[in-house]
Structures are given as structure tokens and as C-alpha cells.
Write a protein that binds this ligand. Structure first.
Ligand SMILES: [Zn+2]
Length: 424
């Protein structure tokens, strides 16, 4: 059989398998969705918007295009040339695949926009939307929620397991102070007070099995190298941070403080054998410091904390070969393809192909939608299955194993592996 036929057959066999979705930013409950949204404001919340801006769409035109208070067809006129530039990127294809699946039209364009928008707006008040899209449509048994819109730990526990961010304890903004003082019930005066706030939060967060791990998104703000810091240096850094308390404009967290706090958190996670998901690789948005996100910068943490299951996001793209080597070396370090399948479908196929040749097959999870809105998840999942089928079909064509084994591996990548890594 030709590779394309094997791919087609594998893809069909993967269509209805159960899936663990390793990473989402969806509103934790259907009622948390923005009822004022329309299809353009929601679909332009992230990812595809970055391609539009990268393509050259001006900030001014983009902000009009995403404004749901302006007529939808007028905004489409502004968007159309840029949309066509970007339609074939992974982000563009994911949206078109989703509208095919959910609304039965071939793509979003000037002819389909208004009908699709009318149907879309009806879903905004549907309390069963997650059940319909995630469970019935996508066969997602659990989605791991990284809640970033202010409703931490309140996610629908029939659909979501959650991870919790301690980033603001490690690299606090000035406005975190009030929150920390509320947690301990008094003014913060010492590093011990700060640690007490983290301890209290940690205990409360992990008091139920709804929260399954820690998420670190600090690569958006600093580099991922966290050297060891002794207690005295951390206290000095804490005093330096607090000496600027009177003037918010001077507030910053010194590296010695941040690094000490990261190791303090990891020490707790190590004792309890927790899961930690870490952002590595490309950053969402149209500007940041990519070199901060190289997964190699985490190497010292993997040596030291061997009882933490480190789940490394986005295959570290474009540093995926370094990530592959790290996952190969360490029994407690895993590759997570969340977001990756739409960042670059081709790189995802190559990564998985390299992975199969070099890393034990229990160490990768194939899918995490990583979306802020539910509509795009089915399109993204469909692309992930196509990518996995393509990598496996290549192996079958080369005679590495047969189609039966390829299908078993595909099922592991989407379900058994993440279930075991996350212990859910
Ligand atoms: Zn994310």
C-alpha cells in the first residue's frame, strides 16, 4: 500500500479514539464565556491574530476588526486580504477545519461569515457547549486547564483537570502584594512571610484531585535558567525588592529572589512527586525574547529534581532537537505536542518521526488544544491526528512496523501516555 493510503487508513482509525487534551486556556465554565463576542472577536483572540499582524495588518485595522460592536461584514473587508495571506498556515487551517466540522461550510469567507456568525452566537449561551464540543465531538476524556482569566480552580470538573500557576510567587508584580497579604492575614515583612503564603496556597490548591500539577509560564517574562541561590542571598534580594515598596514604578523582583523561589517550589514538588508543565519554545504574540525559552536552560533542574514529572510544552519549537535529547536522557522528562500541531504541522510530523526513532514511545503526548475559545479545538485535533497518522505511515512504509502496531502507538500518543504521565 502507498504511504498516502496507509495515512488515510490510520487517520480514519484514529477518528473516534479517546483523547487526553494536555493543555487548554478555555473559560473554566460555559457561563464564563463572553456573551458579547461574535465569531471574529472570538476567533481573533490569539494565534491567527499573530499571523495577521505578522503578515502586515496594522494595529489600528486589527483593533477595529476584533471589535464586536462594529458590523461584522465591514470588519471582514478590513481583514480579507490579510486573512487570505494567512489562511494556509497551521493557525488558518485549524480555523477552517473547525468551521467545516461545527458549521458545515468549507471555510470562513465573505459568503459564509454572516450565517456562521449567527449560528456561533447562539452557542454563547449554551451551558452544554463543552460537553458537545469536547466530549461528543472530540472524545476528550479530560482536558488539562491552565486557567489564565482569573477563575483558577473553578473549572467544570466533569471536563477539566487543572494545573496551577505559582509564577506570581516567583516573579511578583507590584499588585501581587495585596493578594499575598490576604493569604497570610497580615503585612508581609520577611521572606518567611512570603514562603508562608506560598505554603498556604500550595496546600489549599492540592487539597482536591481536581488540580493535578503546576504550570510554569515564566518563559514569557524571563529566561528559563534558574541557578541555585543560598538563603542569605535570597533574603538580601527580598529586602531589595521590598525597599521599593513605596514606589510601584521601581518595583522589580531581583534574580536571586526569583531563582530561590523557583527552587523552593520545586523542593516541595519533588517531595510529593508532582507534575510540572513548563512552557518552552515559541511565544505567543508578535514580539518577545525567543532565546529565553530554550529547553536546554532547564537542564540543571532535571538533574536535581528527579521526582518531578516535567512535561515540556510545544516540543520547544524551534529548539525541538534539544528537547528530544533531554527527553531521551531523563526518565522524568516528557515531550508535549500541545499547540505544536498548528504552529507547524510539518515540524510536528518530523519531530514525531525523529522521536519514534530515538525515544521510548511512552514519553510523548500528541495533543493539547491550547485555545482560549472552544470552537478551534476540533480543527486543531483533526490536524494533530493527520500529523500523527503521517509520521506513523512513514514508519510503516519503511518497514519499521506494521499498521496494527502503528495504530496502537497512535492511541498511546493521544491517550495512554498523557493519562500515565499526568496520573489521571
Ligand atoms: Zn498555553
Amino acid at each position: 500500500m502507498k504511504q498516502s493510503e496507509i495515512k488515510k487508513s490510520l487517520n480514519e482509525s484514529l477518528r473516534d479514539i479517546p483523547v487526553i487534551d494536555t493543555h487548554e486556556h478555555l473559560p473554566g465554565r460555559a457561563e464564563f464565556r463572553d456573551r458579547e463576542a461574535d465569531i471574529l472577536s472570538e476567533y481573533l483572540m490569539h494565534y491567527f491574530s499573530v499571523d495577521l499582524r505578522s503578515s502586515g495588518m496594522s494595529k489600528e485595522d486589527f483593533s477595529k476588526a476584533e471589535n464586536p460592536r462594529l458590523p461584522v461584514h465591514e470588519r471582514w473587508k478590513l481583514l480579507e486580504p490579510w486573512w487570505e495571506n494567512c489562511r494556509l498556515t497551521g493557525y488558518g487551517r485549524a480555523l477552517d477545519k473547525s468551521v467545516q466540522i461545527l458549521y458545515g461550510v468549507p471555510e470562513l469567507n465573505r459568503d459564509t461569515l454572516e450565517t456562521v456568525n449567527t449560528q456561533f452566537q447562539k452557542t454563547l449561551s449554551d451551558p452544554g457547549i463543552y460537553s458537545k464540543i469536547l466530549k461528543t465531538q472530540c472524545h476528550i476524556e479530560w482536558a488539562v486547564l491552565d486557567e489564565i482569566t482569573g477563575h483558577s480552580c473553578q473549572g467544570d470538573n466533569t471536563v477539566f483537570k487543572e494545573v496551577y500557576r505559582f509564577d506570581s510567587f516567583i516573579r511578583p508584580q507590584y499588585d501581587c502584594l495585596n493578594r499575598i497579604e490576604k493569604i497570610i492575614g497580615r503585612k508581609v515583612k520577611s521572606l518567611d512571610d512570603w514562603l508562608e503564603a506560598l505554603d498556604t496556597t500550595y496546600q489549599s490548591v492540592f487539597s482536591s484531585d481536581h488540580v493535578i500539577g503546576i504550570k510554569c509560564g515564566l518563559a514569557y517574562e524571563r529566561n528559563l535558567f534558574f541557578p541555585d541561590v543560598d538563603r542569605l542571598s535570597a533574603e538580601k534580594a527580598f529586602r531589595e525588592m521590598f525597599s521599593q515598596k513605596a514606589d510601584p514604578s521601581l518595583w522589580h523582583s531581583p534574580p536571586d529572589f526569583e531563582n530561590f523561589m523557583m527552587h523552593y517550589l520545586l523542593g516541595k514538588a519533588q517531595n510529593e512527586g508532582r507534575l510540572m508543565q513548563i512552557h518552552t519554545g515559541i511565544l505567543e504574540g508578535n514580539g518577545n525574547t525567543l532565546a529565553n525559552c530554550d529547553p536546554m536552560l532547564l537542564n540543571n533542574l532535571f538533574n536535581r529534581y528527579d521526582n518531578i514529572r516535567f512535561d515540556l510544552f510545544h516540543i520547544g519549537y524551534p529548539f525541538q532537537h534539544k528537547l528530544l535529547a533531554l527527553v531521551k536522557m531523563y526518565p522524568h522528562v516528557f515531550a508535549d505536542m500541545c499547540w505544536t500541531n498548528i504552529i507547524s504541522p510539518r515540524a510536528s510530523v518530523s519531530f514525531l518521526r525523529d522521536f519514534i526513532d530515538s525515544v521510548p514511545l511512552n514519553k510523548v503526548s500528541a495533543f493539547g488544544g491550547d485555545y482560549l475559545f472552544p470552537d478551534a479545538v476540533p480543527g486543531h485535533l483533526m490536524m494533530a491526528k493527520e500529523n500523527v497518522a503521517e509520521a506513523l505511515a512513514d514508519c510503516v512504509t519503511q518497514g519499521l512496523f506494521d499498521e496494527k502496531r502503528a495504530l496502537q502507538m497512535g492511541k498511546r500518543f493521544f491517550y495512554d501516555n498523557p493519562k500515565a504521565i499526568f496520573q489521571i
